[in-house]
Write a protein that binds this ligand. Structure first.
Ligand code: NI
Length: 387
């Protein structure tokens, strides 16, 4: 396990306190006003530059005085609409809202990195921008931040996510697709209601829904090539209100996860064809609302090698990991510049988005230290033309 050098112990203690405080007062996507103010106060206290950007929530800090390369570190600040049941003594005081994805951990680590980088600002051979990004959970925060131009001129971006599936002291990444492209859908089946005893007088949307569910489950089995991964999950179904009436509509909702653009497009295309075909077969109007979320996080191979190397350099066990079907709007940044997204062990046992999710505080300071290592070493290599 990591030992924190004595000079850094006050900072480590501060970061832990900051995280616990942030955890107690979680805020949903695009409502992170108090969170933003708290981050801003710490940055100002350390005389860290904050970019003047048109953002309602979230902010971007910049460190470095010298002309040269620009490296970006990313954290996210929002929480989820989940009632916390973790049992920690800094449990959420906002009913129905919880930092169940550990963004409090990411923010605190990034804040620690900002403070440590500030201490070596004069010698940094370039600049580091640190994103405290709002609204990751809705997938809208990264595009909004990109639209401000905050990443213009940057060479590389690094982001981390805590991973309760990895022990503290381990980090992992992989080249290529690391997270899934996320699409969300709702399907409305219009039928005709009737007496349950006289179905021939109606057009039963529940029977049609059954066909839709069965057919959509064949998309992965019979359309996606076996060397590609994807998931179709129908997670909601609503119809009817009593036992002896056939309702006039049914509503289904769910998500599709895929790891490359071609598979993503294939599934959407087949999805539409299947619904159209079933609608025609059953003389029903089936409408689809398809909401594309972030694409896959696609890591740059060379920067992944670099990121794993730097992890090992600061005492982590650095591993190659498998792709994970979670969604992550970090993907949008990688459409603009190369980057690496790294999973950092936070010790489990509960999964991300679980009401009992918690992170092990021992991972926090080492993660802040890791952010610093990524930024300083990338700047050093970029300024020498080695990267
Ligand atoms: Ni997250």
């Amino acid at each position: 396990m990591f030992t924190i050098p004595a000079p850094f112990q006050p900072l480590a203690a501060f970061l832990q306190d900051f995280r616990h405080e942030m955890h107690r007062f979680p805020e949903l996507s695009n409502q992170e006003f108090a969170t933003t103010a708290r981050i801003r106060a710490v940055l100002e206290q350390h005389q860290i530059r904050i970019l003047d950007l048109p953002l309602a929530t979230g902010l971007v800090a910049e460190i470095g005085e010298q002309a040269g390369p620009l490296v970006v570190l990313r954290s996210d600040i929002d929480a989820l609409p989940i009632e916390e049941k973790s049992g920690v003594d800094y449990t959420s005081e906002h009913a129905g809202v919880m930092h169940a994805c550990g963004h409090d951990f990411h923010t605190s680590a990034a804040l620690g990195a900002a403070i440590m980088l500030k201490q070596q600002e004069a010698t940094l051979p370039g600049r580091v921008r640190i994103l405290f990004q709002a609204a990751e959970e809705t997938g809208h925060g990264a595009p909004a931040l990109l639209a401000t131009g905050a990443l213009d001129g940057a060479t590389v971006i690094f982001g981390i996510h805590n991973d309760p599936g990895l022990p503290v002291g381990v980090l992992g990444s992989k080249a290529g697709a690391l997270t899934a492209g996320v699409d969300r859908f709702t399907i409305t089946i219009s039928g005709t209601g009737s007496h349950a005893a006289r179905p021939h007088e109606g057009n039963d949307p529940i029977v049609i829904a059954g066909q839709v569910i069965a057919a959509l489950q064949t998309l992965i089995a019979r359309n996606v090539p076996s060397n590609q991964n994807a998931v179709v999950s129908i997670t909601q179904i609503h119809s009817g209100s009593t036992w002896n009436v056939i309702p006039d509509s049914a509503w289904l909702g769910g998500t599709v996860r895929s790891f490359d653009q071609q598979t993503r497009e294939l599934i959407e295309r087949r999805f539409r064809q299947v619904l159209q075909g079933i609608g025609a077969a059953f003389t029903s109007d089936i409408s689809l609302d398809w909401q594309p979320g972030p694409p896959s996080v696609v890591n740059d191979a060379a920067w992944v090698d670099f990121a794993l190397e730097q992890g090992a350099a600061v005492g982590f066990e650095a591993r190659r990991v498998e792709a994970s079907p979670i969604g992550e709007d970090f993907a949008f940044y990688q459409q603009q510049l190369p980057g690496a997204f790294i999973m950092v062990g936070s010790g489990g046992p509960f999964a991300l988005h679980h009401p009992q999710f918690r992170v092990d505080d021992r991972a926090l300071f080492p993660t802040a230290r890791y952010f610093v290592q990524l930024a300083t070493e990338a700047l050093s290599r970029l300024s020498k033309g080695d990267a």
